[in-house]
Every structure is written in structure tokens, then in C-alpha cells.
Design a binder for this molecule. Structure first.
Ligand SMILES: *Cc1c(COP(=O)(O)O)cnc(C)c1O
Length: 423
């Protein structure tokens, strides 16, 4: 369900014509629907009903301050993976007591920042990280709340680059080592054990890897309790998939039902870290056709957005639906659909947004919507080819708000300098 809909052949976001936004802010830009963000967050969160739980939005999937603020007003926490994400979350008004800090490589400075900010817990991923956290906490004369991220060795059946819970992945602590680490941590003066965490991957379209994981983690929690280590939080991570093309991911209610059943005989609070399922289909990338050309074998539609704006097609060969913003560009009347590649201006053959796609006949100047771009869209964008990053816009009802200005040439070189010897 989302609020990007055609009215009289014009694509709207809620009650705003997307062409009007393009006119005002120029292209390319990311566009989010606040009604869709709200609906997705609430559907997910409410699916868990009475089960004690906390929904910590995965900041890395879409980290604009306005988006983070929206979720925090809905009662959400944040799952962060860097000091920068902590800074953003705090600036956006997220309650630190609802912030979980994940990631394999937290620096000493980041550990200190999390600790003094009063976050809910650190998901620690190695014994060395535990030692460093103990040392930082001792220096601060504080007690650090921790969970250990365990690697359950479950196949999430998703793209290899976004699998994280297999034995060969860099994430977490192997089950068989985890018990000893908990026992060590229990005796550390400045460490307080609060939970067990895991996260097996992203864009999962089946429930069984989640329940298999939860089952393994549950047995582990029981084992810890038999050793006198009580566990308050069970963090199952994120990973629920969305529909980009013809995937059939489980509905959040179905997912929640399966987890609730598995949680029945546990007294822990369940922590969830959804990213994609909340924002994926709540955002699009809007671009404009610069040129079209036919080579001997192919049709190319060259647009003003590129792999630096949306990396997913190049990085994962991901599919994003392509829509005209004005359907008059649609082939329904006389011109038939034709197979084309949608490509950007970057000097790489890997710079494409769609390949060999049956598309309506886009013409120079037409606006194009690249759908399902809300997650891992803007947040993965870069300045490659010295391209200023796109604007971000949020719609609410019949109004739109620029929530991130388009970068300009000055911002591109703002932090650079030429050393004396070159002057
Ligand atoms: C990326 C990530 C998430 C979010 O994953 P989605 O697939 O977007 O739901 C949650 N937790 C951790 C630890 C992550 O690394």
C-alpha cells in the first residue's frame, strides 16, 4: 500500500502532483509520502499488539531528520550503526532510551558517544569490542548496557551481499563461542548484560528463516538463564522484504503472528529493527529524461539521475519499476512499448537504473518515477563524478516540504583544501 497514484494520467504523491514538485525543486529528487511512512510504521508496530516490544527503525535505510522525527512521534526507536546515525537520531528527537547501536566496527569514540548519550544498548559483535567497551565505561565511571549479536547460521535466502547470518559472514559471534563471552561479560564491573541480538539479512521474502532464527536464539536465552544470566531484550533485527517486482513477502501481520507464537514461553521484550519494509515503498526517485538514443542493437533513455543517486540496480542488479509521471507519455494511444535501458550520465557501463525493460515511449523532457526507492536510496548515494546529491522532499496531504536541499558545487568542495606547496 502506498500513496503514489495516478489521477487523470498524472502521478500524484498524496494530493500533490509530482510534476508541480519537479517544477519547483528541479530533478532529480527523492520523494517520500508521510501518509505511507506513517501507515507502514503503524501497521508493522501494531501487528505485535500486546506483546512487549520496541520497534527501532533502521536508520541506515532512510536517515533524513524529518523521517526520523516522524517515526519517533509514532513511538519508534532507532537502530543505528555509526556515530553519525546516533547524532542524527538525537537531533531528530529520538529518545536515547530507544536507541540500539549495532555494527561490527564501533570505534572507541563511538562507544563513548553512545554511552554518554544514554542509549538503550550496544549490540556487541566481538570479544575485543566488549573489552574496549568495558574500558570506555570504566573511564566514564558508567555501566554499559549490552546485548551480544550472535550469528545463528541461518540461510536468509536473499542476495549474497545482504545475507548477514551465515557462518561465513562477518557479523556476530558464532553460537558456540557466545556462551563464554556472556560468562566473561557477567563478571565485568562496567558491563550490564541486557539482551541477545541477531540480524540475518535483508529483503527476506519468507518467514521460515526468521522463525528458525528466533527458535535458535530462544534456546540460547534459556541456556543463559539456566546459567543465571537473565535476558531482558531479544533483538531479532530487521530484514522483512518488500515487493519491488513480483516478490511475495509476508505481510507484517503474518510475520508478527509467527514471531509472537515463538515468543510465547519467553518473558523478554522483543526488539525489531525494520528498515526497508517501512520506507521501501514510501519513497520514489523522480528524474527527467535528458536524451533518448538508438544504437544498432539497443534503445537508451538517458536520465538526470544516476548510480550515484540510486546504487541498488548497479550494486545488486535490483529491479525498480519505472513509471511516467505523465501517462500521456504512455504508449496506449499510438506508440507501442519498447525495450530500453534507462541509464544515467555517469562514465561507467554499470550506471543503469533499468536494463532491457519494456517501457512506454519516454521522450526528451519527460519526467520519470523510479518506484520503491525509499530504502537504501538516498542513504547510499554519493558524489561520484562530482555530482551534487539530489534533494529530498516530503509530502503531507496537499503540501510538500524540501527536507534536504539539493547539494551544489560549493558544497561539493567545501571540505577540501590545497596545501601550501601547491600554491
Ligand atoms: C540493515 C540492518 C537492519 C535493517 O534491515 P532491513 O532489511 O532494512 O529491515 C536492521 N538491523 C541491522 C543490524 C542491520 O544491519
Amino acid at each position: 500500500m502506498h500513496h503514489f497514484i495516478f489521477k487523470d494520467n498524472e502521478l500524484y504523491c498524496e494530493s500533490v502532483a509530482i510534476a508541480d514538485i519537479a517544477e519547483a525543486v528541479s530533478t532529480p529528487f527523492y520523494l517520500y509520502s508521510s501518509a505511507t511512512l506513517t501507515h507502514h510504521f503503524n501497521t508493522f508496530d501494531k501487528s505485535f499488539g500486546e506483546l512487549p516490544h520496541l520497534t527501532c527503525f533502521a536508520v541506515k535505510s532512510c536517515s533524513n531528520l524529518a523521517v526520523l522525527r516522524l517515526f519517533s512521534t509514532l513511538g519508534g526507536g532507532a537502530d543505528i550503526v555509526s556515530g553519525g546515525e546516533l547524532y542524527r537520531s538525537l537531533k531528530a528527537g529520538v529518545d536515547p532510551r530507544r536507541i540500539i547501536y549495532s555494527g561490527v566496527g564501533k570505534t572507541e569514540e563511538e562507544l563513548r558517544y553512545g554511552l554518554v548519550s544514554g542509549i538503550l544498548m550496544f549490540n556487541v559483535e566481538s570479544e575485543q569490542e566488549l573489552d574496549r567497551l568495558q574500558q570506555v565505561a570504566e573511564e566514564q565511571e558508567m555501566v554499559a548496557p549490552v546485548a551480544f549479536r550472535i550469528n545463528p547460521d541461518v540461510d536468509p535466502k536473499t542476495h549474497a551481499y545482504i545475507s548477514t547470518g551465515l557462518a561465513k559472514n562477518k557479523f556476530g559471534i558464532p553460537m558456540e563461542q557466545a556462551e563464554n563471552i556472556y560468562l566473561r561479560a557477567r563478571d565485568m564491573k562496567n558491563i550490564k548484560i541486557l539482551g541477545v541480538s541477531c540480524h540475518i539479512g535483508s529483503q527476506l521474502t519468507e518467514i521460515s528463516p526468521f522463525t528458525e532464527t528466533l527458535h535458535k536464539v530462544k534456546l540460547f536465552v534459556k541456556r543463559l538463564e539456566s546459567l543465571g544470566i537473565s535476558i531482558k531484550y531479544l533483538d531479532l533485527g530487521g530484514g522483512l522484504g518488500v515487493r519491488y517486482q513480483d516478490e511475495k513477502p509476508p505481510h507484517p501481520q503474518e510475520y508478527a503472528r509467527a514471531l509472537k507464537e515463538e515468543m510465547q514461553d519467553l518473558k523478554c521484550t522483543l526488539i525489531l529493527e525494520p528498515g526497508r519494509v517501512i520506507v521501501g515503498n514510501a519513497g520514489i526517485l523522480v528524474s527527467q529524461v535528458l536524451y533518448t538514443k538508438q544504437t544498432g542493437t539497443k534503445n537508451f533513455i538517458i536520465v538526470d539521475a544516476a548510480m550515484n543517486d540510486l546504487a541498488r540496480p548497479s550494486l545488486y542488479d535490483a529491479h525498480h519499476d519505472i513509471m511516467p509521471v505523465n501517462r500521456k507519455a504512455d504508449g496506449a494511444a499510438d506508440k507501442p512499448f519498447q525495450k530500453a535501458d534507462v541509464v544515467g550520465p555517469i562514465c561507467e557501463s554499470g550506471d543503469f537504473l533499468a536494463r532491457d525493460r519494456e517501457l512506454p515511449p519516454f521522450e526528451q523532457g519527460d519526467l520519470m518515477a523510479i518506484m520503491s526507492s525509499g530504502a537504501y536510496g538516498f542513504t547510499m548515494s554519493s558524489n561520484y563524478n562530482s555530482r551534487p546529491r539530489a534533494a529530498e522532499v516530503l509530502v503531507k496531504d496537499d503540501k510538500f516540504y524540501v527536507i534536504r536541499q539539493r547539494e551544489n558545487y560549493e558544497t561539493l568542495i567545501r571540505d577540501e583544501s590545497i596545501p601550501d606547496f601547491l600554491e
